[in-house]
Design a protein around this ligand. Structure first.
Ligand code: SAH
Length: 339
């Protein structure tokens, strides 16, 4: 059966037309799906019984079940969802001063193989559909009875390796008749799939692009991130410059500091050189050591030195506050769990 949350509003209208239903009915359904907490078609009381039945026969609503919910001392919550096909995914809810932010997964597993990330080493299973991406937000809103204001595509998976579904999901989140989450409140993070960065620049979306950079030489970056052997630094930076030029949006570069690996003054100098003149911001993340991982966290002193060097040399840099590390919900700690 088809998942009704896989369609953006325009696509849903087309579906309705092909079922001999009026397009405004699709709008009514869209509103129910994204502005209320209902979990069944029978609750859509402004539709005829006949239409509700027809929808029930043709579509699922893909309502996730919570397998496990963990709460951190800092208020961060991690969900393990049963996504109804024998697989499970993790989603994280974070509280900031400006609102509730959610970190969503885009794939069951990941193919990228970054050496410092806990999602590596677990078999890639499949892409999530757009509806399965969006349902993570709806399921958390239902459970906590809150409204999510920010979405980051930084959970398990490589968003640009599931490009079409991620874009459709963003268009659903973005729609003013539904969840109405502004594109500027949505961030996509990528390990650097260069051709898709060019595609994204042409989508006419105002979302934020984050690049997981982590190193300043091809040798170091390839050792940490195999994707760099396919799309090396020069090509990545070129694509980023194109993105900035086309969208006029500031890129956020993620840089996870690992002791004696990428955290010394030489690295900071190269980083300044690499990013000089670009409309960008550097997000420094103290690396989280994973089970059997070779990379360990830089000292606090070094992290501050690194940040100060960047700031003193014209690159805006901040240190990311760590949330949820006590429940394995911090950056790079999410794993695909089996049921
Ligand atoms: N595949 C995407 C999104 C998922 S990872 C990407 O690579 O960007 C989300 C962010 O967490 C990325 O910046 C990633 O590099 C970072 N990350 C992964 N493992 C980490 C770890 N152990 N410590 C700190 N950050 C990590």
């Amino acid at each position: 059966m088809k998942n009704i949350k896989d369609y953006n509003l325009e696509q849903l209208k087309q579906e309705f037309i092909s079922m001999n239903e009026k397009p405004y009915r699709a709008e009514q359904v869209f509103k129910w799906l994204y502005t209320t907490n209902i979990t069944s078609f029978s609750e859509m009381t402004n539709l005829s019984l006949e239409l509700r039945q027809k929808l029930e026969e043709n579509f699922t609503m893909c309502t996730y079940k919570i397998i496990k919910k963990q709460e951190s001392a800092d208020g961060t919550k991690k969900y393990l969802f049963d996504i109804l096909d024998g697989n499970a995914i993790e989603t994280v809810l974070m509280e900031y001063k400006y609102g509730k932010s959610i970190c969503v997964s885009t794939q069951v597993g990941c193919k990228m193989g970054c050496k410092f990330c806990a999602s590596t080493g677990i078999k890639f299973v499949r892409n999530l559909t757009s509806g399965e991406i969006v349902e993570q937000i709806l399921a958390v809103q239902r459970d906590e009875n809150v409204k999510i204001s920010n979405v980051v595509f930084m959970g398990i998976g490589e968003p640009l390796d599931n490009y079409e579904n991620v874009i459709t999901a963003i268009r659903i989140l973005n729609n003013q008749k539904g969840l109405n989450i502004g594109a500027r409140h949505i961030s996509i993070s990528t390990s650097g799939i260069v051709p898709k960065i060019y595609d994204l620049a042409n989508e006419d979306l105002q979302c934020t692009l984050s690049i997981s950079l982590h190193a300043t030489t091809n040798e170091k970056r390839s050792a940490m991130m195999p994707v760099n052997t396919v799309y090396p630094l020069e090509e990545l930076i070129k694509a980023c410059k194109d993105y900035i030029e086309k969208t006029n949006r500031r890129i956020s570069f993620e840089y996870a500091l690992a002791k004696d690996n990428n955290d010394n003054l030489e690295d900071a100098k190269r980083l300044v050189k690499l990013l000089k003149g670009m409309l960008c911001h550097v997000n420094l993340i103290p690396i989280n050591k994973i089970e059997n991982g070779v990379y360990i966290k830089s000292t606090n002193e070094n992290i501050i030195k690194f940040r100060d060097y960047l700031n003193d040399n014209g690159i805006i840099a901040t240190i990311r506050r760590e949330l949820g590390s006590d429940i394995d919900a911090a950056c790079g700690q999410l794993r695909r769990k089996n049921l």
